[in-house]
Design a protein around this ligand. Structure first.
Ligand code: IMP
Length: 432
């Protein structure tokens, strides 16, 4: 592999298994770039039988030959970031000269977390079901042009005053509107003083670095977080995250242009899951959902919440494929379906009042409430695919399932994941 710049994006509501795929492909690349989201993400990677969950640091850090860069599109919570570095260091992973930051990264601070939690509590049954990590409020700060960025930490007076102004604004809401406790100035400032020098020591000129390495034809992975259906513009609004989790954020979130990318890989889980609230037409309850949840270990890696489970929804995935102009698909967690007698795949929706068939995604929450899925049924393969590494060894029924997905999505499946470890993978096209 040479001169490859691959973007890896989730095609559903996150948790598609991106972390493993990024980790797997890092042996072919020199750099991994994280360009959007914050510590709401949770990328689980299994290495030497040990599970590591990364929230902020690109999964590429586990490969000693890879350099990781976090860019302006991300929001960074210093306390969590440093904690993650320390966990990695304890595991013997070298961080020095391998992890760099843009100075334009907005800082996520205690008051964002307090507001996120207060709002969710206040909204009760209408809550989004956020990760409670302050992601929404910190992106709001960025758009409102009042956020503190890493570069601002160079000037002590400036950032101290800035925090004070922001804190007045947030504490006013916390106390008067949400009737919650205020966030103490000293808590925020002490944290910033504690981490300031270290954070600044990781800063590089991301813009010129990226342009230099692209010119040198280095291989780069741009590692997406969350999934396309959680995108603030194109997802299942308002039950979405507060950043763009589709292809456009690679460009706005890093400062490179469209032609710098030459492959877009979409990660699709063989069924659907979502954490948090919001529309989920193919959602299942009872034995099937419980079984998939257990076998697939479908518990949020950031919040530990049990994920909601449903059948693969090809209307939604096709929409995500189009949103991102995908070149190829990696299908994950195929083995989780091994024991099912019957597997459903959603291929359209029916309007419950008019009976009309619908093949595109609804817009408003009311529209979502008025549709039911139309399924195509597949016989299960009832054989273990766990750890299979060759296409020819897959059961015929599993091959049919995959070929059907390809046919509907009109994009080749280039990788199939058959277990959590790096080795549990079928490469259909090694040169994708
Ligand atoms: P927020 O990003 O914490 O504001 O949460 C908004 C919605 O996105 C909630 O439904 C979260 O559960 C969901 N979400 C955020 N990050 C992830 C992720 O990495 N995987 C899956 N869902 C996520």
């Amino acid at each position: 592999m040479k001169n490859k710049r691959i973007v890896i994006l989730g095609m559903q509501w996150g948790d598609e298994g991106k972390g493993k795929i990024v980790d797997l492909l890092t042996k072919f690349v020199n750099y991994v770039v994280r360009f959007q989201g914050g510590h709401n993400a949770g990328h689980s990677i299994v290495l030497n039988n040990k599970k590591t969950i990364l929230h902020m640091i690109p999964s590429g850090i586990l490969n000693k030959n890879v350099i990781c860069i976090i860019t302006n599109g991300v929001v960074l919570y210093p306390c969590n970031f440093i904690k993650e570095i320390n966990i990695l260091k304890k595991q013997g992973i070298l961080i020095k000269n391998r992890l760099f930051l843009s100075e334009s990264i907005p800082l996520l601070l205690e008051y964002h977390i307090a507001i996120d939690k207060a709002r969710e509590k206040f909204c009760g049954s209408k809550s989004i079901g956020t990760t409670g990590r302050g992601i929404g409020p910190s992106y709001e700060d960025k758009i409102a042009r009042r956020c503190l960025r890493i570069g601002d930490l160079k000037d002590v007076n400036y950032f101290q005053n800035h925090v004070k102004e922001n804190l007045d604004f947030y504490n006013f809401q916390l106390i008067n509107f949400y009737k919650e406790k205020k966030v103490e100035y000293s808590a925020v400032i002490n944290e910033l003083h504690k981490y300031r020098e270290y954070l600044l020591s990781l800063v590089i000129d991301v813009h010129s670095t990226l342009h230099k390495i692209i010119k040198k034809k280095k291989n780069i992975i741009f590692e997406g977080a969350q999934g396309s259906l959680l995108d603030i513009d194109h997802g299942t609004y308002p039950y979405v995250t507060s950043s763009n989790s589709t292809i456009g954020s690679v460009f706005s979130g890093t400062g490179i242009g469209f032609s710098a990318i030459n492959y877009i890989l979409g990660i699709v889980k063989s069924y659907s899951t979502r954490v948090g609230n919001g529309p989920f037409p193919t959602e299942q309850f009872g034995t099937i959902a419980d079984s998939i949840c257990k076998i697939g270990n479908e518990f949020g890696s950031t919040t530990g919440r049990k994920r909601r489970i449903g059948w693969l929804d090809l209307v939604l995935v096709k929409y995500a494929v189009q949103l991102n102009s995908l070149n190829g698909i990696c299908l994950t967690k195929l083995d989780v379906l091994d024991t099912l007698k019957l597997i459903n795949v959603c291929i359209g929706y029916k309007h419950i009042k008019t009976g009309k068939k619908i093949y595109n995604i609804p817009c408003t929450i009311n529209d979502w409430k008025n549709i039911v899925p139309i399924y195509k049924k597949f016989l299960g393969w009832n054989k273990s695919t766990f750890g299979i590494t060759e296409w020819n060894l897959l059961p015929d029924a599993a091959k049919d399932y995959i070929k059907y997905i390809e046919k509907i999505l009109k994009v080749p499946v280039v990788i199939i994941s058959t277990g959590p470890a790096r080795e549990d993978t079928v490469f259909i096209n090694k040169n994708f």
